[in-house]
Design a protein around this ligand. Structure first.
Ligand code: SAH
Length: 391
């Protein structure tokens, strides 16, 4: 077994249970370590820290799988997936759920989304990728699924020396599937959709708009496949317009509206939201409810300020389009912008728009994406509803 000895001065993160070990926290490695090897990690005083996989090529040189001296084998992966599934069943997320949320499920760099009988997986580090056969076998044993698909077309894999790839991990199947959510139906394109095909993390938040959209004229930007907008129509909005820069997303959103018989109420346009929100604000357009769910805007600590500028701009524009006493529904999906920072950004946007805001709802992601205290990166989604009135 490879042995990794940590330096005396390491981040508290490791003591607090976070599984990542950075290259600059390692004093020495005993043995010839190859990407994906299992290693024992020791604190500087010789105490056992945990067991995990190593990748000498990666800045995150090791990721702990366990703090116990237990065997890492097929059974280990089966047990972890079974445990995560038991947890989802306990908290009531069974039909569609994030079955494995990486570090939060003690499976660093593994994502598994369950869409009824279909599973989409991402193995984002070398040491997890080598266990793909064990993971697939466990899914087969526990769920007897209709299909398993790999969405490893993710740039972050290249930092690990892995290729980007996607394809079937089971017998092939039709990758355009339909899921049920909150009494509605949505097409999910497992092969070509964004990320794993669908954003399950907002599944509870989509219900949170139920009362405020009744009889409202609603504008939704960054709609993707139209989920929030179709919920708005279903909950009684008078009219709904959804915007996305991607023609593909808009085509899928139109399909979803028709699937639910709501195509007379909800419409979609392929445009750049930054441009049209600004333009429509100048033209004096007004809506009862504006919903914003932009992409992360940043993937690195260096560009947090750029992300904050983006969030402020889009929320300021959004607020200017809201009638006195209407509502803003706004999200941010990057863990790099922490909740207090996000709220502060909205506060600044309101100030510049000369609006008063009253908080209605402030949520994180759905509970099938557990937030582990001490692991900041598991607390990533902010979902806020505020009433917006003139000053
Ligand atoms: N609300 C969606 C998820 C949105 S993901 C859901 O719940 O499923 C973010 C979306 O923003 C993506 O679909 C992306 O195509 C879109 N997007 C990115 N930049 C954009 C821009 N400048 N204008 C409009 N849409 C944009």
């Amino acid at each position: 077994m490879i042995k990794v000895h940590l330096k005396r001065k390491i981040a508290n993160r490791i003591f607090n249970g976070h599984p990542w070990v950075f290259k600059n926290e390692v004093e020495k490695i005993e043995g010839d370590a190859y990407p994906g090897d299992i290693a024992d990690i020791f604190y500087n005083d010789g105490r056992f820290c945990g067991r995990g996989y190593i990748n000498p090529q990666s800045q995150i040189i090791a990721r702990l799988l366990t703090r116990k001296k237990e065997d890492i084998n097929e059974q280990f992966f089966y047990n972890r997936i079974a445990k995560a599934w038991d947890y989802r069943k306990k908290i009531g997320y069974t039909e569609n759920c994030r079955l494995i949320f990486g570090e939060a499920d003690e499976m660093p760099a593994l994502i598994i989304d369950k869409f009824n009988d279909y599973f989409v997986i991402q193995t984002l580090a070398y040491g997890m990728d080598v266990w793909k056969p064990a993971i697939v076998k466990a899914l087969q044993q526990i769920f007897s699924p209709k299909g398993i698909y790999e969405r490893n077309d993710v740039p972050v894999r290249e930092l690990e020396g892995l290729q980007q790839q996607k394809g079937f991990l089971s017998a092939s199947f039709d990758t355009n599937i339909v899921i049920n959510e909150n009494g509605l139906r949505f097409n999910v394109d497992i092969e070509n959709g964004q990320k794993t095909g669908y954003f399950l993390d907002q599944q509870d938040n989509r219900r949170a708009i139920q009362h405020i959209v009744k009889d409202a004229d609603v504008l939704g930007a960054f709609t993707y496949t139209g989920t929030f907008e179709i919920h708005a129509a279903y909950y009684g909005a008078k009219s709904v317009l959804g915007l996305d820069i991607s023609e593909n997303a808009v085509a899928q959103a139109n399909k979803n509206a028709a699937l639910n018989g709501l195509e007379k109420i909800v419409h979609f346009e392929a445009v750049n939201a930054f441009d049209v929100l600004k333009k429509w604000g100048k033209e004096g357009r007004q809506y009862d409810v504006v919903m914003l769910d932009p992409p992360a805007f940043t993937k690195s600590r260096e560009s947090i300020q750029k992300a904050i500028t983006g969030y402020k701009e889009i929320n300021l524009r959004g607020m200017q389009l809201i009638k006195n006493g209407g509502f803003l529904v706004t999200s941010s999906c990057t863990n790099l912008v922490q909740p207090d920072m996000f709220l502060h950004t909205i506060e600044l946007a309101a100030k510049d728009a000369r609006k008063k805001i009253k908080q209605v709802v402030f949520n994180a992601q759905a509970s099938d994406h557990p937030i582990i205290w001490g692991m900041e990166n598991t607390n990533y989604l902010k979902f806020l509803i505020v009433e917006v009135s003139d000053k």
